[in-house]
Design a protein around this ligand. Structure first.
Ligand SMILES: [Zn+2]
Ligand SMILES: [Zn+2]
Length: 256
């Protein structure tokens, strides 16, 4: 414990700071017309909510997330008698990290798909996230608080508990998941982006899901594409150069 701040507290707040720093970097990069997946004009016409509303929505969602995380962490640390768990060997930590990624992906795939299949949940909860047809970095967590609770907070808690990771590892895991989610919504195809090289689930893949034809495909998030492939909801796409600069992710199969 450094400076008397517990790892639990850091695990709650660091990912939120990471969210604004990482998406802030994308804001500072500017319009990046040569690398955009949609034109700026498309962003302005297709997205029906203002940037201001999105920032407010994300802050509300994060405030809600802080409250629930603190309650969950209080329960977890009480059940362990408040003792600080030692950090296991490095390879164990890596294994726990991978297990947590698989658990998170599994939880999010089924919950995300349910939010599309169930008309009530889509209309009243998940459609808020889909108001951004052209995604951008700081809109990544523009969600209904109930969606944030179910997908991110509960999903995070389950990943944490099943993987057996320490709260210290969780600081890194939740921060990495945050970076990944922001990147998947950045709306850019930047050369040399390590996340695009390491993961097939990336900004172009998730862009397909955000399109009006795409809401029956590419539910997988935030790490792998396995569940979409296994359950037949995988939409292959090609990345074409757009006239006038930038790229476009085009579905290869006909959407139905
Ligand atoms: Zn969706
Ligand atoms: Zn999204």
């Amino acid at each position: 414990m450094a400076f008397g701040v517990s790892d639990e507290l850091l695990g709650t707040f660091v990912p939120i700071v990471v969210y604004w720093i990482y998406s802030g970097i994308y804001v500072m990069l500017g319009d990046m017309n040569d690398y955009r997946l949609h034109t700026k004009a498309e962003e302005d016409t297709k997205n029906v909510v203002s940037k201001r509303t999105v920032v407010k929505g994300v802050l509300v969602q994060q405030a809600f997330q802080i409250a629930v995380s603190l309650i969950l962490f209080t329960f977890v640390s009480e059940s362990s008698g408040g003792a600080i768990r030692p950090q296991p060997a490095f390879w164990v930590t890596v294994l726990q990290f991978v297990v947590a990624m698989v658990v998170m992906d599994t939880w999010q795939y089924f919950m995300h798909r349910l939010m599309h299949v169930n008309k009530f949940l889509y209309k009243h909860v998940h459609s808020k996230h889909h108001t951004l047809v052209v995604p951008y970095a700081f809109g990544a967590l523009y969600n209904h608080p109930l969606e944030g609770l179910i997908l991110d907070t509960i999903g995070g808690a389950i990943s944490f508990l099943i993987s057996g990771m320490t709260p210290r590892t969780a600081i890194f895991f939740f921060s990495f998941a945050t970076v990944k989610t922001v990147d998947d919504h950045c709306g850019l195809w930047l050369p040399g982006n390590l996340l695009h090289i390491l993961f097939n689930n990336n900004s172009a893949y998730h862009d397909i899901h955000h399109q009006l034809y795409g809401t029956k495909y590419n539910f997988s998030q935030p790490f792998f594409v396995a569940w979409d492939k296994i359950l037949g909801t995988y939409m292959p796409y090609s990345l074409e150069k757009r006239k006038g600069g930038g790229f476009e992710a085009r579905p290869i199969k006909k959407a139905h």
